[in-house]
Design a protein around this ligand. Structure first.
Ligand code: BES
Ligand code: ZN
Length: 456
């Protein structure tokens, strides 16, 4: 059987594949909430069963954290091996009242599928399953050996997949790692991603008096933790929008002239940004375009902040505590642990006297940069071009996929970031969605990639 038969199979089974994806999307596999542990397992079982049905040897790997799914085709000598990675866990759904329909009851409207996890990442890795299915069900010989590793802790910072990768580098050995957990450039232009940002995610806890105090009786006599935290946060960035952590920019790999002009030629505008985000204006580090800041400049942002009274009306207190979560999105070649340590020291320096300040490094991810001229990259470009019927462009992403750095260092294999989502798919937000055309074209692209990867 030929590749034509594979593509015809995908075409003929489009509706059925959407219905199957909906089954996976109905499982509320939220990794950060322990009451969903059963759902996490159900999602892993769903994936393992499907891969087993396609003739792969598939196992659910127990360990420290949520289960992994590892599967492989029977190896044929002389064929290159591709390792597909994806994550079956999803983000929490709050604020629930902002969803038009419940997050785990998939809704189809105008060629778009709405559900938590639809683009991030169930719909994307499921396109890989369907490509494989098309080969198997049409009896078409696979041009490559395939391995799959799926994890359930990508969104919550679990260690299981790292530990497993480090301990099982031989088992995961491959000629390339393929990941679909990023985005196309836009609705009409596929993108091939060559850089992800890294992350240092910090929590700042400020405490003062042993309890909330009457702000009339004690205001002006002791340091207010909320005021102190505001002062710390205000000190984290200067008027140019640059992060003030000492040494923050020292290791930053600057964009080269070619990248800057390639970004500029994509024609992304601030008007488009405002339309996509609903923000009234673009804002950020001076001296860089919006796309440069989005894709290649490190950032420092408050992700959450709480203190004192937030209920109806007035309550006059000096709060006992204040807390903020701050993320630093890092770029090649910044070192997350080093940046985290410099941040903690900086915060302690910024704190006014009279409060106790604790800084915790919650979560790190390494930034990623892959070469744009590798044979695997060229194979990916050819597959995208044919799969989506449009010329792909090189993109970078502001998001992180923490395991990628470990794949690079442990498996010593090139990583291909082949995204089928859209930045506007509301990942991590209410009304997350996935466009069916991207699901179907993604499955086509994956099917074509197997051939292209073998031909390179
Ligand atoms: N799919 C995203 C990564 C991503 C985000 C790619 C935006 C392209 C654009 C992934 O599931 C994710 O959300 N990663 C987290 C990792 C974090 C928890 C360490 C992220 O980037 O916030
Ligand atoms: Zn995500």
């Amino acid at each position: 059987m030929s590749l034509d038969a594979v593509l015809a199979y995908l075409q003929a089974h489009r509706q059925e594949h959407v219905a199957q994806l909906c089954e996976l999307l109905r499982i509320p596999s939220i990794s950060s909430q322990s009451d969903h542990a059963g759902d996490i397992r159900a999602a892993a079982v769903f994936c393992a069963r499907e891969l087993r049905d396609l003739g792969l040897e598939a196992e659910i790997v127990e360990g420290n954290g949520h289960p992994l799914v590892f599967a492989r085709t029977a190896a044929v000598a002389g064929r290159p091996t591709l390792l597909f990675y994806g994550h079956y866990d999803v983000q929490p759904v709050d604020p629930l009242d902002q969803w038009q329909t419940p997050p785990f009851e998939p809704r189809l409207e105008g060629g778009v599928l709405y559900a938590r996890g639809s683009t991030d990442d169930k719909g994307q890795f499921y396109a890989h399953f369907k490509a494989l299915e098309a080969y198997v069900r049409t009896g078409t010989e696979l041009p490559v050996n395939l391995k799959f590793i799926l994890e359930g802790e990508e969104e919550c910072g679990g260690r299981h997949v790292y530990d497993y990768t480090e301990a099982n580098a031989d088992k995961l050995a491959c000629d390339a790692v393929i990941i679909s957990d990023t985005a196309l450039y836009n609705e009409t232009t596929p993108g091939i991603c060559y850089s992800l940002k890294g992350l240092a995610y910090m929590e700042i806890r400020v405490s003062g008096p042993s309890r909330d105090l009457h702000s009339g009786s004690y205001g002006g006599t002791v340091q207010n933790p909320a005021n102190a935290l505001a002062q710390i946060i205000a000190g984290l960035r200067d008027a140019q929008g640059r992060c003030t952590v000492p040494g923050f920019y020292d290791q930053v790999l600057d964009l080269d002239a070619g990248e800057r002009s390639a970004f500029a030629s994509l024609g992304y505008t601030d008007a488009l940004l405002c339309e996509e985000t609903g923000a009234p204006a673009a804002s950020g580090e001076a001296g860089y375009t919006t796309l440069e800041r989005m894709w290649a400049r490190p950032t420092c942002d408050v992700n959450g902040i709480t203190s004192g009274y937030g209920g109806q009306g007035a309550k006059t207190i000096i709060p006992a505590h204040a807390m903020a979560k701050v993320s630093m999105r890092l770029v090649p070649n910044q070192d997350p642990p080093a940046i985290a340590a410099a941040f903690a020291e900086h915060v302690r320096r910024l704190a006014p006297p009279g409060v106790k300040v604790e800084v915790e490094n919650l979560h790190n991810a390494n930034p990623v940069l892959v070469p744009r001229d590798s044979p695997m990259m060229q194979a990916g470009i050819r597959a995208l071009r044919a799969g989506f019927g449009a010329e792909p462009v090189f993109i970078r992403e502001g998001g992180s996929i923490p395991i990628v750095g470990t794949f690079q260092s442990c498996l010593k294999a090139p990583v291909l970031l082949l995204g089928y989502g859209l930045s506007t798919d509301n990942a991590h937000s209410p009304n997350e969605k996935f466009h069916l055309d991207n699901f179907w074209n993604g499955a086509r692209t994956t099917a074509l990639l197997l051939r292209e990867a073998a031909a390179r």
